[in-house]
Design a protein around this ligand. Structure first.
Ligand SMILES: *[C@@H]1O[C@H](CO)[C@@H](O)[C@H](O)[C@H]1NC(C)=O
Ligand SMILES: *[C@@H]1O[C@H](CO)[C@@H](O)[C@H](O)[C@H]1NC(C)=O
Ligand SMILES: *[C@@H]1O[C@H](CO)[C@@H](O)[C@H](O)[C@H]1NC(C)=O
Ligand SMILES: *[C@@H]1O[C@H](CO)[C@@H](O)[C@H](O)[C@H]1NC(C)=O
Ligand SMILES: *[C@@H]1O[C@H](CO)[C@@H](O)[C@H](O)[C@H]1NC(C)=O
Ligand SMILES: *[C@@H]1O[C@H](CO)[C@@H](O)[C@H](O)[C@H]1NC(C)=O
Ligand SMILES: *[C@@H]1O[C@H](CO)[C@@H](O)[C@H](O)[C@H]1NC(C)=O
Ligand SMILES: *[C@@H]1O[C@H](CO)[C@@H](O)[C@H](O)[C@H]1NC(C)=O
Ligand SMILES: *[C@@H]1O[C@H](CO)[C@@H](O)[C@H](O)[C@H]1NC(C)=O
Ligand SMILES: *[C@@H]1O[C@H](CO)[C@@H](O)[C@H](O)[C@H]1NC(C)=O
Ligand SMILES: *[C@@H]1O[C@H](CO)[C@@H](O)[C@H](O)[C@H]1NC(C)=O
Ligand SMILES: *[C@@H]1O[C@H](CO)[C@@H](O)[C@H](O)[C@H]1NC(C)=O
Length: 405
């Protein structure tokens, strides 16, 4: 009798889900028929395991969906949606590898994103596993690229640990979400893979991205329309196109971004460093933006504001209207530029860029004995201890006083 009871308990533990006394509930995709051989389509098993996690109520602890180590799971485009019944949210533990179909013809659906998580609160995704978009075949024909991992309408989201490789387009996109933390992740794609942004943020608030390494073919992080209260800290970016606010105002739209801090970041071999870009003809604003304690190694355009952004995919109107850029602070930025123009403020005549503040900037050429310069059109504000000199900013009074005593 006792043996039978032990067996029953063991059986329960080994079967698809089990509850500890304190309410923790674990679901393993292998128990829902996932093959994990990298060949067979495991999407249905993942969705069934997700459905089970999502519909099980745990009074305490978090419900955990386990994607085990040492296995490779092939997934077709899949959407993990809420809302869920799980009480304290769901944790997705990615220990194994998740791969997309190798060839674009093998994708069963035409979608914007490969793996989507939507309408969820208190979602945690972590682990030491990998998400691999097998994007290289998509890079030669960029008309139909898809993002790898997409979050839509999530609140209290945490993503950490996981490695993200070779997305067809952006590796991670965060849209219409609030209170998001992304940390300790690694994003990796070749320097010449087109449109493979590391992390795209749009229409989202209170987003923290920290302690991560991003090497890719486009922006390491792009902070787009509708983003506010965004902190980017301790990011090593390179190769890539830097950390960008915008582009804003495409197709004459009204777009905004504000309250953005980029701190303690390094750029190595990037096309840009701290970048802000807006389209002519748009409206709205980009304001209250700080870039602080930035290290540059061989960055082509370390500091750039471009109010004439145009990437050739849309009309580039010659318009007197533009997104307003104001209250942008650059402080403690050191290192080398691989082009001769280390600082570019290329603003439109109206409204121009106002209250640009620069302090403790020292950017030198990556090439020995080469002089570098700054160009400044239609911008105003102040600067102190800034090398190279930025002609259209006023030198801070106390600084110039000190210089002459
Ligand atoms: C998961 O749940 C959704 C919504 O309840 C349902 O439409 C879908 O068929 C379920 N999928 C699987 C694989 O069980
Ligand atoms: C989220 O909810 C909205 C509105 O109910 C729905 O249109 C959308 O498809 C859902 N998205 C996801 C990813 O669950
Ligand atoms: C994932 O996060 C949970 C909750 O914060 C933590 O207990 C667990 O150790 C983490 N796992 C890994 C592999 O990082
Ligand atoms: C790119 O992909 C689109 C959509 O699949 C297709 O119509 C087009 O012919 C492709 N272009 C090239 C150059 O392969
Ligand atoms: C933000 O999300 C975290 C979980 O990631 C949660 O602990 C915290 O309470 C949330 N903050 C707010 C203000 O909701
Ligand atoms: C961003 O950093 C500032 C200053 O350290 C802090 O006050 C604010 O709460 C942080 N915001 C988020 C979303 O973490
Ligand atoms: C500046 O950023 C670097 C990382 O790039 C970090 O190691 C250092 O502690 C930061 N300094 C300060 C004063 O925060
Ligand atoms: C920059 O990247 C190059 C090439 O990957 C590497 O050799 C070098 O050590 C890096 N420099 C810094 C300061 O991180
Ligand atoms: C754009 O407009 C400006 C100001 O009206 C004018 O000076 C400039 O020549 C125009 N450029 C083009 C390419 O039309
Ligand atoms: C400013 O942008 C305009 C429009 O793209 C371009 O023609 C001009 O060369 C740029 N100026 C500088 C100094 O980069
Ligand atoms: C700027 O940095 C260079 C290279 O590190 C150094 O030689 C130079 O003294 C610095 N200039 C100032 C004004 O700090
Ligand atoms: C910058 O220009 C704006 C608009 O012309 C003006 O209101 C502001 O006072 C100027 N700021 C400085 C520091 O000159």
């Amino acid at each position: 009798m006792r043996n039978a009871l032990v067996l029953l308990i063991l059986h329960t533990i080994a079967s698809s889900n089990f509850s500890f006394g304190h309410g923790q509930t674990t679901f393993n995709v292998l128990d829902y028929g996932a093959a994990g051989d990298g060949e067979r389509d495991d999407s249905k098993a993942f969705l069934e395991a997700w459905n089970a996690s999502c519909s099980t109520y745990a009074s305490e602890g978090t419900t955990t969906l386990v994607i085990p180590a040492e296995k490779t799971f092939l997934l077709q485009p899949t959407t993990f949606s809420g809302s869920c019944n799980s009480g304290n949210g769901i944790r997705v533990e990615i220990m194994g590898k998740i791969v997309a179909p190798k060839n674009p013809d093998e994708w069963k659906e035409c979608v914007e994103s490969w793996l989507s998580f939507g309408n969820l609160s208190n979602l945690i995704i972590n682990g030491t596993g990998e998400i691999n978009g097998q994007g290289s075949p998509w890079w030669s024909n960029i008309t139909t690229q898809v993002n790898a991992l997409h979050f839509f309408n999530c609140s209290n989201l945490r993503l950490s640990g996981v490695t993200h490789v070779d997305s067809p387009k952006a590796h991670i996109s965060i849209n219409r979400s609030n209170n998001v933390t992304v940390s300790d992740i690694h994003i990796l794609a070749p320097h010449d893979s087109p449109n493979t942004d590391g992390i795209d943020i749009s229409v989202s608030t209170y987003v923290n991205i920290h302690d991560s390494k991003i090497a890719t073919g486009d922006d390491c992080i792009a902070i787009n329309n509708g983003s506010s209260f965004i902190n980017i800290t301790n990011i090593a970016c390179g190769p890539g196109h830097g950390i960008s606010v915008g582009s804003l105002g495409v197709n004459r739209s009204y777009q905004t971004a504000e309250q953005i801090n980029v701190r303690n970041c390094s750029f190595n071999g990037t096309q840009n460093g701290a970048r802000l870009k807006t389209w002519q003809g748009g409206s709205g604003y980009a304001r209250k933006i700080t870039f602080e304690n930035i290290t540059l190694t061989d960055a082509k355009h370390p500091i750039i504001i471009d109010q004439h952004y145009c990437n050739g995919k849309h009309d580039c109107p010659n318009s007197t209207q533009a997104v307003q850029v104001s209250d942008v602070t650059y402080s403690n930025i050191q290192g080398t530029s691989s082009s001769m123009e280390a600082i570019v403020f290329n603003c439109t005549q109206i409204p121009g860029c106002t209250n640009i503040v620069m302090k403790q900037i020292n950017i030198t050429s990556a090439i020995a004995y080469q002089n570098i310069s700054a160009s400044c059109i239609n911008a105003n504000g102040t600067c102190s201890t800034t090398v190279p000199q930025v002609s259209c900013l006023k030198t801070n009074e106390t600084m110039s006083f000190n210089l002459y005593t």
